[in-house]
Design a protein around this ligand. Structure first.
Ligand SMILES: Cc1cc2nc3c(=O)[nH]c(=O)nc-3n(C[C@H](O)[C@H](O)[C@H](O)COP(=O)(O)OP(=O)(O)OC[C@H]3O[C@@H](n4cnc5c(N)ncnc54)[C@H](O)[C@@H]3O)c2cc1C
Length: 374
């Protein structure tokens, strides 16, 4: 193996899966996370089959499937509740895995954390990377707990807001996508199997969708302008306003949102670092180097694929510099396909009626391209 002792900075999907993928091959892994405690509540997300394939490889698929609600497609309707079509989602992880699952983020993190710790990963919460230095044959970290330590490799899995990325000399930065998103976790009726609805006119949401995360609950997303209007409304009232023209199942969902609903609004940003992701023995990974508007739900999937493929290289004999270059070259075309499709879809969301708009085709082609293993 080209590494035997690795520091991972950040305990999101990227950091935890990289920790598991390396630790199961015998690498000594320390993971630092700046949060003082793991979040116990959080949002829903859609996990595509190609991410499930990685979870299978990492030995956690049974537990992940237990936490999620499987789906093989999504129903598209107009805002007034009329069926447009039912889209089958390609099984990007192979025929033995669901096309997607809906799940709550903290539930998935819990499974990954448990697996990482069972493999001997040392997790230090409330600890930040403050600085690093490259040396011949090693890299040193200075952490917020005052320690300085030497590693074969430092993996920066800090997410899109990474503060270490510019310190690596990476000049690309996060940029606005022109979209904002509300997310809510709420009740659903048993017959509600997941959908996306498109508005008939301006003024409300760009679109609204929901995905079941269990037999009784779902998460809702409301795509909208990136800046909240200054209308004095509370969050839950604003979501109801944005959903006012959406009917059918969406009447039930809208009415279920109240002051006690777990809600979050954020502007959606993106980044794609097309130059090298490493300098010496420090490598940026996952959303620190590629993050997209979540319009084909591939963000986390691409992060966990990074981790699996990286470990494949690092656990072979060879020169680390060559391995990191080969890893990057292998990942870039696949991620570029996801970035291009997601940005094209984001453009069409903001420009309804574009003559060339064909979101169904772009989504399907982007997902089918991910069916071969990464
Ligand atoms: C609105 C929205 C909806 C989405 N929906 C989906 C979806 O349905 N399906 C999907 O696959 N993807 C989705 N994504 C994308 C997905 O959330 C991300 O791809 C994924 O969470 C990124 O994981 P990460 O580990 O790279 O980064 P993060 O999850 O951001 O984790 C980074 C971690 O690093 C820590 N950290 C940062 N700096 C330091 C430091 N210096 N020292 C120590 N710790 C540090 C942070 O506290 C954080 O815990 C969505 C994204 C958004 C914004």
């Amino acid at each position: 193996m080209s590494v035997s002792k690795v520091l991972i900075v950040g305990g999101g999907f990227t950091g935890l899966t990289a920790a598991i993928a390396l630790a199961r091959e015998g690498v000594a892994v320390t993971l630092v996370e700046r949060a003082q405690a793991w979040a116990r509540v959080g949002h829903g997300l859609t996990i595509q089959g190609n991410a499930l394939r990685v979870f299978k490889e990492l030995g956690v698929i049974e537990k992940i499937l237990e936490k999620g609600y499987p789906e093989d497609g999504v129903t598209l309707t107009t805002a007034d509740g009329h069926l447009i079509t039912h889209l089958e989602t390609p099984r990007t992880g192979g025929e033995d895995l669901p096309a997607t699952i809906g799940a709550l983020r903290p539930d998935l993190h819990e499974v990954l954390l448990e697996r990482a710790e069972s493999l001997g990963v040392e997790v230090r919460l409330g600890t930040e990377l403050e600085s690093f230095e490259n040396h011949e044959g090693s890299a040193t970290s200075t952490l917020s707990d005052g320690t300085t330590e030497s590693w074969d490799l430092i993996i920066i899995a800090e997410g899109i807001k990474s503060q270490t990325r510019p310190k690596l000399g990476i000049v690309e930065d996060r940029a606005p996508s022109g979209l904002g998103i509300w997310r809510a976790v709420t009740d659903r009726l048993p017959e509600m199997k997941g959908g996306i609805a498109f508005p008939s006119g301006p003024g409300g949401a760009f679109k609204v969708g929901y995905t079941p995360v269990s037999d009784t609950q779902c998460y809702i997303f409301v795509l909208c302008e990136p800046v909240r209007p200054d209308n004095g409304l509370e969050g839950w009232q604003e979501v109801r306003r944005l959903m006012a023209d959406f009917h059918g199942e969406y009447d039930f969902l809208r009415d279920s949102i109240d002051a006690d609903t777990f809600l979050n609004f954020q502007e959606i940003e993106w980044i794609f670092v097309e130059g090298p992701w490493h300098r010496g023995r420090v490598l940026a990974l996952g959303e620190a180097v590629h993050a997209v508007p979540p319009l084909i739900a591939q963000g986390a999937a691409q992060c966990v694929e990074d981790s699996l493929v990286l470990a494949e290289y690092l656990t072979q004999e060879g020169d680390l510099e060559e391995q990191l270059a080969a890893f990057y070259a292998r990942r870039i075309p696949r991620i570029k396909g996801v970035v291009d499709a997601s940005l094209q879809l984001a453009h069409w969301e903001q420009n309804p009626g574009s003559p060339d708009a064909d979101p169904g085709r772009v989504m399907a082609e982007a997902l089918v391209a991910l069916v071969p293993a990464p």
